[in-house]
Design a protein around this ligand. Structure first.
Ligand SMILES: Nc1ncnc2c1ncn2[C@@H]1O[C@H](COP(=O)(O)OP(=O)(O)OP(=O)(O)O)[C@@H](O)[C@H]1O
Length: 222
């Protein structure tokens, strides 16, 4: 582990059990991600990509191994410490944009920053403008296109200036042209904010835009 290692995954394994059987979904997965760098996680459907992302986002629990984020060990971390990590250090962008329908664009973008009590209005105003959302600030999610909604979700995730941005197929719902534009913007903003990016994608084109590509095959890093 080097000094600027932000995410350290060591020998992580996870099984899902049900109907009397237990199935290994992740086996002995290890990787490091440095601050300011990006990794694309690729692999066939069912290879365990989302499961790994959820473990890193402290949304689920591993059976063995260890995950550390910015020096914090997720093993045995209690629920309130997990929530705090998700509020202050890690942000998530999903394929489904998960915007709050009753809040307008400006309110959605600043939502998590407000909840974390970390509103930096200069950064939020700049983010909103860079994302091309200034003119749309008063609109509600249902009045936006898919690409616009995803840009709001990216703005909301970056508004808190997370150390680690997790993204699960963030452009999976968008057409190719919109996807490329949204990805370019997201990568620029991630780079500018100094965050590390851990992104799940099926797209080789998207993966090639990141610093490194890690391939999962049947729960193991290939
Ligand atoms: N809650 C769960 N209970 C039982 N099995 C699960 C659960 N969640 C996922 N799985 C199984 O674990 C395996 C890995 O799922 P995961 O969603 O991580 O794959 P993925 O690589 O992200 O797939 P995709 O690219 O299709 O989204 C799959 O076989 C899936 O059926």
């Amino acid at each position: 582990m080097t000094d600027n290692t932000l995410l350290q995954i060591r020998n992580v394994s996870k099984c899902y059990s049900g109907l009397g059987e237990s199935r290994a979904v992740l086996r002995d997965v290890s990787l490091d991600l440095q601050a300011g760098k990006s990794i694309a996680l690729t692999g066939e459907s069912g290879s365990g990509k989302s499961t790994l992302l959820h473990l890193v986002g402290a949304l689920d629990y591993y059976d063995s191994g260890e995950i550390k984020i910015a020096g914090t060990n997720l093993t045995n971390l209690n629920d309130s410490a997990r929530s705090e990590l998700r509020r202050n250090t890690v942000s998530l962008v999903f394929q489904q944009f998960n915007l709050v329908p009753s809040l307008n664009v400006a309110q959605n973008i600043s939502l998590h920053a407000r909840l974390a009590n970390r509103v930096d209005q200069t950064w939020i105003t700049s983010l909103t403008s860079r994302l091309g959302l200034t003119e749309l600030s008063d609109r509600y999610p249902e009045q936006l296109s898919g690409g616009q909604q995803q840009r709001v979700a990216i703005g909301r995730a970056l508004a808190v200036r997370p150390k680690l941005l997790l993204a699960d197929e963030p452009t999976g719902n968008l057409d190719e042209v919109t996807s490329t534009a949204v990805m370019d913007l997201m990568l620029n903003l991630v780079h500018e904010s100094g965050a590390a990016l851990f992104l799940v994608t099926h797209s080789v084109q998207v993966a090639n835009q990141l610093d490194r590509r890690v391939h999962l095959s049947a729960g193991k890093i290939a």
